[in-house]
Design a protein around this ligand. Structure first.
Ligand SMILES: Cc1cc2nc3c(=O)[nH]c(=O)nc-3n(C[C@H](O)[C@H](O)[C@H](O)COP(=O)(O)OP(=O)(O)OC[C@H]3O[C@@H](n4cnc5c(N)ncnc54)[C@H](O)[C@@H]3O)c2cc1C
Ligand SMILES: NC(=O)c1ccc[n+]([C@@H]2O[C@H](COP(=O)([O-])OP(=O)(O)OC[C@H]3O[C@@H](n4cnc5c(N)ncnc54)[C@H](O)[C@@H]3O)[C@@H](O)[C@H]2O)c1
Length: 447
């Protein structure tokens, strides 16, 4: 065999585990058809946050107008994009260097199964004892006439100039994060959804508040609309058509209707690996129905969110399994997630809406930060936190926050939920002061 372990794909689901595994002397190969490091490093989280962060700063500066700050900076999208390119373009090479340095063999090209131990890349075939499918997702494209004129998230993240009028299809993460960015940069933004709810996995109350803020800043939401076709006009604009004579002309359409697995291009049948429209089917050891073939990351059919930290966790789990240091099934910790709106919404563990629906099982301790002196320093209005306790054990099982720094608060809470601390134990920490985490402790039920 050419390799002990062969990974297909080089994203978070691969390198987090492959690098430490290679350091133990295991012979590893990685096949990547596009950029090393995968979506997050090259066309996902990292690029998005570079474009988002300065816009969040502007919001914070706006909140302090007349309170010591005068004048609001304007965004120069072209310069911001150049800054993004400067940081993101080298990621492909960094991704390859990381693998090279660990002694991993990299192969650039499209991988397809020949059989359960053999993979073809162009003219070449390679063999391995174990194979990990970590091929991720690609943008879904609406199946309607004219959809070839729509942009996807990768296009938006390299948009050279912000169009005057941006229309976004979908109400998930990409749709709402990119609507936030486009609107803050000054575009007129429409968000068209086939249902009437956006960001379904986040607390309804917080989502309604963020949506109201977006509306206030000019974003127009068009719910319950299935766009049926698009036509390109002579001036380059696009006209969308829908039922009940719906018609909308815009400069740019972003198709943010989700992401689909790449496994349909792997010739899985040759290896006999089972998969469905959601991803590769695995057991609790991330093993497919073919014993020497495993899968990790976004490529999986899984119920937990398809995110960078979950892909990285699965990658490390598989490496530990291959090293023989973890023989057990995968045991996911409390999962946290965030949507980068302004303010952010973040959560960990049991979801707030589920807790509210089951008062006999969960106690919800809600707190508003309004009036909190440290939030007044930044004049932040409307920030909210909810802590969720299990009624029987009195232990913390979840939390949600809507605030500018929600990522930091929720990260502070992640270990508490993971360790299922009691209210008393939550008070046994001494934080630096003044700080966001200290503010959080002031919101705990016993204080
Ligand atoms: C716009 C956007 C923003 C995001 N923001 C966040 C965020 O803020 N926080 C967060 O946690 N997550 C975010 N995500 C999700 C995150 O990027 C993914 O969960 C993560 O990248 C999954 O890693 P992965 O290794 O499973 O897959 P990927 O990163 O998709 O890697 C799979 C790799 O496999 C390669 N590949 C596929 N098929 C083949 C083949 N046949 N042969 C060879 N190579 C192949 C692909 O080229 C790709 O490089 C975002 C995603 C997008 C699109
Ligand atoms: N902050 C973050 O962690 C972050 C940010 C961006 C993306 N991501 C990840 O990237 C992935 C993709 O995000 P996304 O926003 O593309 O997908 P998504 O699944 O979050 O949202 C897709 C949206 O498109 C709608 N939709 C689906 N099919 C449709 C159709 N035929 N017609 C009209 N609307 C349709 C859905 O109702 C939903 O509102 C997710 O796995 C997400 O976890 C995460």
């Amino acid at each position: 065999m050419d390799f002990s372990v062969l990974y297909i794909g080089s994203g978070q689901a691969t390198w987090n585990g492959a690098v430490p595994l290679a350091k133990t002397g295991v012979k590893i190969g990685v096949i990547e058809e596009s950029q090393y490091g995968g979506v997050c490093s090259n066309k996902g989280c990292n690029a998005k946050i570079i474009l988002d962060k300065p816009l969040q700063l502007i919001d914070q500066i706006k909140a302090l107008q007349g309170r010591g700050l005068e004048g609001v900076p304007t965004v120069n999208w072209e310069d911001l994009m150049a800054h993004k390119h400067e940081l993101i373009v080298p990621q492909d090479q960094h991704g390859k260097d990381r693998l090279d340095k660990a002694g991993i063999t990299t192969i650039h090209g499209h991988a397809e199964f020949v059989d359960a131990h053999t993979v073809r890349v162009g003219e070449k075939t390679v063999t391995a004892n174990k194979i990990v499918i970590a091929t991720g997702l690609r943008p879904h494209r609406l199946n309607i006439p004219g959809a070839e004129n729509f942009a996807n998230s990768t296009d938006f993240l390299s948009l050279p100039h912000m169009p005057e009028h941006v229309t976004i299809l979908g109400g998930g993460f990409v749709a709402i994060e990119f609507a936030t960015i486009a609107s803050a940069v000054g575009a007129k933004v429409d968000v068209i959804t086939r249902g009437n709810q956006i960001l379904k996995q986040f607390p309804k109350e917080y989502v309604a508040s963020v949506q109201a803020d977006l509306k206030q800043s000019g974003v127009r939401f068009i719910p319950d609309m299935n766009v049926a076709k698009a036509e390109k006009n002579a001036d380059g604009s696009l006209t969308l058509f829908g039922p009940k004579e719906f018609q909308l002309t815009t400069d740019y359409v972003l198709d943010a209707t989700g992401r689909i697995p790449n496994h349909d291009q792997l010739n899985l049948e040759a290896a006999g690996v089972k998969a469905n429209a959601r991803g590769i089917e695995v057991n609790e050891y991330l093993q497919t129905n073919v014993p020497n073939i495993f899968a990790a990351g976004d490529a999986l059919d899984k119920s937990i969110p398809k995110l960078t930290p979950t892909a990285a966790f699965e990658s490390r789990y598989l490496a530990a399994k291959f090293m023989g240091t973890n023989e057990g099934p995968i045991a996911y910790p409390a999962i946290s997630e965030i949507v980068f709106t302004s303010p952010r919404i973040a959560q960990v563990g049991v979801h707030l809406d589920e807790a509210k629906a089951k008062p006999e099982q969960y106690e919800v301790v809600s707190a508003s930060y309004d009036g909190d002196w440290y939030r007044q320093v930044e004049n932040e209005q409307g920030a909210k936190l909810a802590l969720i306790f299990d009624c029987q054990t009195d232990r913390l099982v979840g939390a949600a926050e809507m605030a500018n720094a929600a990522e930091e608060t929720i990260n502070t809470i992640v270990p508490y939920v993971q360790m299922a601390l009691t209210k008393e134990e939550l008070n046994d920490f001494v934080y630096v002061f003044p700080s966001i985490a200290y503010t959080l402790q002031r919101r705990l039920p016993l204080v």
